[in-house]
Design a protein around this ligand. Sequence first.
Ligand code: PGA
Length: 255
Amino acid sequence: MRTPIIAGNWKMHKTLAESVDFVRELAPRLEPFAGVERIVCPTFIALAATADALRGTPVKVGAQTVSHEEKGAFTSQIAPGMLVGLVEYVIVGHSECRQYLGDSDELVNKKALAALNAGLKPIIAVGESLEKRQAGAALPFVEGQVRAALANISAEQMAQVVVAYEPIWAIGTGLNASVDDAVEVIAHIRATVRELYGEAVADGLRIQYGGSVKPDNMVAYMSAPDIDGALVGGASLKVDDFTKLVELAAQAKGV
Ligand code: PGA
């Protein structure tokens, strides 16, 4: 069985002190749900202190992006090697990075490969715009993103990869995708991975849904066998909500 995975993407929220206070409160609350992989993704400036505060707890840390370069004259960027020892996961290809920071499909692929080569686990985010969905092009568009993001990633490396399906129109808008729509795209992502890597890799790949996930819609998503967890923005910023999401995931998946 695939281990359910819930990651909180804090985006540009919480100062260093707020991040540390938050996880000190969160970690004991999440302790009972050992069957769910639990991750927080703070801002870069809070990563080290948050990772310190979480050492010895079951809550893991992820970064929100990473450079594909190892080092050099890349002002403002953070190399994969700099994250080693601090984080286990790194989100790549979040739609906000694609939209505001120029993360193209090719760059997302380079970042995923760079993360894997450094021993980090990429959470590769994909998802269509409202325009694409309304044009009936969601499935081929997301398939294209998946194929591009996975170029040159080996079948062995795929064991370290997580994919997050996040329709752009559902992020931070309160307009969550229907479970049927999410399941349709996620099944298509898995079918694409099956075609690329075969049955075993496709069956083992964890695919999250993301986009306005909240305690009151969590059970519906997690009850779908093909949805293995959630990438959560807004609702991950409150200890009660995040705890509830993890609790509901554990219940729905029976872990
Ligand atoms: P949201 O964000 O839960 O606030 O919609 C999800 C994300 O961007 O990962």
